[in-house]
Design a protein around this ligand. Structure first.
Ligand SMILES: Cc1ncc(COP(=O)(O)O)c(C=O)c1O
Length: 431
C-alpha cells in the first residue's frame, strides 16, 4: 500500500483500518468483500455517511439537504432522511427513488434548470419542502399548472451571484453566464421576484444559490452570500440556501476546508447584515465522497518501452467518469499486498478508449500481478451516479458496510438487465 495513506487520513472512510495486507471498512475485510460480491464493487462505510450528516446538521441547524445526484439509491435516501436531512432531487427519477425509500414529499427540495411539466406536476401535487424556481419560463409554467388545478408551492428562487469559484469550469455554476438561476443584479431578477410575491401559485420563502462543486476557497461563498443578502433584505425573505460544493481531499497531499469553517464563513457573511435569516446548505460530495472505495481486480499488467507500467482492471470509465471528465486524481491501494517496494503504475479500465484511465502514476507494489485486488479511494460521489453501461459492461454492485456486515444496496447490472431495454423487434410497431 502507499505509505502516505494511513488510518485517520481524510481520504479513507472513517472506520477504515489499514495494515499491511489488510484494509477493513465497517468491520469488513476488503478482500473478503471482493471475493464474496465480485468486482468492481463500491463499498460505503455506513457510519461515515451518518457522521457526515450529523456534522453538517450541527454546523447548519437551519437545515441541510443531501444532494442525491452525488449518489442516489433508496438506502442512501433513507439514511439521509433518518439523519434529519431534507433531500435535493433534480429529476423525476431522483424524486421517485427518494419517495420509494419512504422519504415524505415535504422533505424534498426540487431542482432543475429545465424541469418538465410532469416533474413540476409531481412537485406541486405532492407538496414538496421547497420548489427551486430556476427561470421566468418555469414560473410561467407553474402559474399555468396551478391555474389548471395543481397546488401552489413553497418556493425558493435560484440566483446566480456572479462568482466563479476555484474549481473545474464544468462544475462552476454561480458565474454570470451560468445556465442555472437568474443573474444577481439583473432587472429581470427583480421583476421575477415581484411577480412571485404577487402570485398565488407560489409562496416565495427565500433565495437559493449554488456556486459549483469541489470548491476549496471559501472566499467564493463569502462574496456570493454578501451579493445575495440584499435580495433577502429588500423583499423581506426569511430563508437563504447557500447550496453545496464544499471540496473534499481526493489524494493524500490535498487539503480541504472543514465543515465548521464553511458554516462560519456563510454565517458571518450573512450575519453581519441579516442575523435572523434561516441559513441552510445542500451537500452532496462532502457527505458521500470519502465514505466509499471501489474494489477492482487486476486482469493484466504491461510494461511499455518507455518504462510505464499499466495495470488494467475489470471496471473503468463507466464506474468513474471523473478522471476523463475533469482530470480528477485518485489514490489507489493494493489491500492484499504487504507494504514493500513500490513503483508507479497507471491504472486503466477495460473500455475501448485510451482516456479510460482510473489513476495515473499511483504507487503500487512492485510485484502487482493479474488476480490482485486494488482499491481506489474517495469514490463515493459522482461515481455510481454518473456511471454508464458503455461497452455493455454493466454498473458495479454497491454495498454498505457496518459493524462487520455488508449489505447489498444496488445489485450488479447484468447483460439481462440491459437486454430488457432492447425491445427490437417491437411487435406493436411492426407493420
Ligand atoms: C443545485 C445543487 N445543489 C447541490 C449540489 C451538490 O454539490 P456538491 O456535491 O459539490 O456538494 C449540486 C451539485 O452539482 C447542485 O447542482
Amino acid at each position: 500500500m502507499t505509505g502516505a495513506v494511513t488510518p485517520g487520513s481524510p481520504i479513507l472512510p472513517d472506520t477504515a483500518t489499514v495494515r499491511p495486507g489488510r484494509l477493513v471498512i465497517g468491520g469488513c475485510d476488503a478482500l473478503d468483500l471482493a471475493a464474496r460480491f465480485g468486482t468492481p464493487l463500491i463499498v460505503y462505510d455506513e457510519e461515515h455517511l451518518r457522521q457526515r450528516c450529523r456534522e453538517a446538521l450541527t454546523a447548519f441547524p437551519g437545515g441541510v439537504s443531501y444532494a442525491t445526484k452525488a449518489f442516489s439509491c433508496r438506502a442512501m435516501a433513507a439514511l439521509a432522511h433518518a439523519e434529519g436531512l431534507t433531500l435535493d432531487v433534480a429529476s423525476a427519477g431522483e424524486f421517485l427513488v427518494t419517495r420509494s425509500a419512504g422519504v415524505p414529499a415535504d422533505r424534498l427540495v426540487v431542482h432543475g434548470n429545465n424541469k418538465s411539466d410532469a416533474e413540476l406536476r409531481l412537485a406541486l401535487d405532492q407538496g414538496v419542502h421547497r420548489l427551486v424556481i430556476d427561470s421566468a419560463d418555469e414560473f410561467d409554467r407553474i402559474t399555468a399548472l396551478t391555474g389548471a388545478g395543481h397546488l401552489a408551492a413553497d418556493a425558493w428562487l435560484r440566483i446566480s451571484p456572479g462568482v466563479t469559484p476555484d474549481t473545474h469550469p464544468s462544475i462552476a455554476t454561480g458565474h454570470s453566464r451560468s445556465k442555472f438561476g437568474l443573474p444577481a443584479g439583473a432587472a429581470a431578477t427583480d421583476r421575477l421576484i415581484e411577480r412571485m410575491l404577487a402570485s398565488r401559485s407560489v409562496r416565495l420563502r427565500g433565495i437559493h444559490m449554488h456556486l459549483g462543486s469541489q470548491i476549496r476557497d471559501l472566499r467564493a461563498y463569502d462574496v456570493a452570500v454578501r451579493k445575495t443578502v440584499p435580495y433577502l433584505r429588500a423583499w423581506d425573505l426569511p430563508e437563504l440556501c447557500v447550496g453545496g460544493g464544499l471540496a473534499v481531499a481526493y489524494t493524500a497531499n490535498e487539503t480541504a476546508p472543514s465543515m465548521a469553517s464553511f458554516a462560519q464563513t456563510v454565517d458571518q457573511a450573512c450575519g453581519d447584515t441579516l442575523p435572523a435569516v434561516r441559513l441552510s446548505c445542500e451537500l452532496g460530495r462532502w457527505i458521500v465522497a470519502s465514505a466509499a472505495i471501489t474494489l477492482y481486480t487486476v486482469g493484466t499488467v504491461k510494461h511499455t518501452p518507455d518504462g510505464t507500467t499499466i495495470a488494467a482492471v475489470d471496471g473503468g470509465m463507466t464506474d468513474n467518469m471523473r478522471v476523463a471528465l475533469y482530470g480528477a486524481k485518485y489514490e489507489v491501494l493494493a489491500p492484499g499486498r504487504p507494504q514493500g517496494r513500490e513503483r508507479p503504475v497507471t491504472l486503466v479500465g477495460k473500455h475501448c478508449e485510451s482516456g479510460d484511465v482510473l489513476a495515473a502514476d499511483v504507487m503500487l507494489p512492485e510485484d502487482l500481478a493479474a488476480g490482485d485486488v486494488v482499491c481506489s479511494l474517495v469514490t463515493g460521489a459522482y461515481g455510481y451516479s454518473m456511471a454508464s453501461s458503455y461497452n455493455r459492461l454493466g454498473r458495479p454492485a454497491v454495498v454498505f458496510a457496518s459493524g462487520g456486515r455488508a449489505t447489498t444496496v444496488l445489485r450488479r447490472e447484468t447483460p439481462a438487465d440491459m437486454m430488457q431495454l432492447d425491445v427490437w423487434p417491437s411487435p406493436q410497431e411492426e407493420s
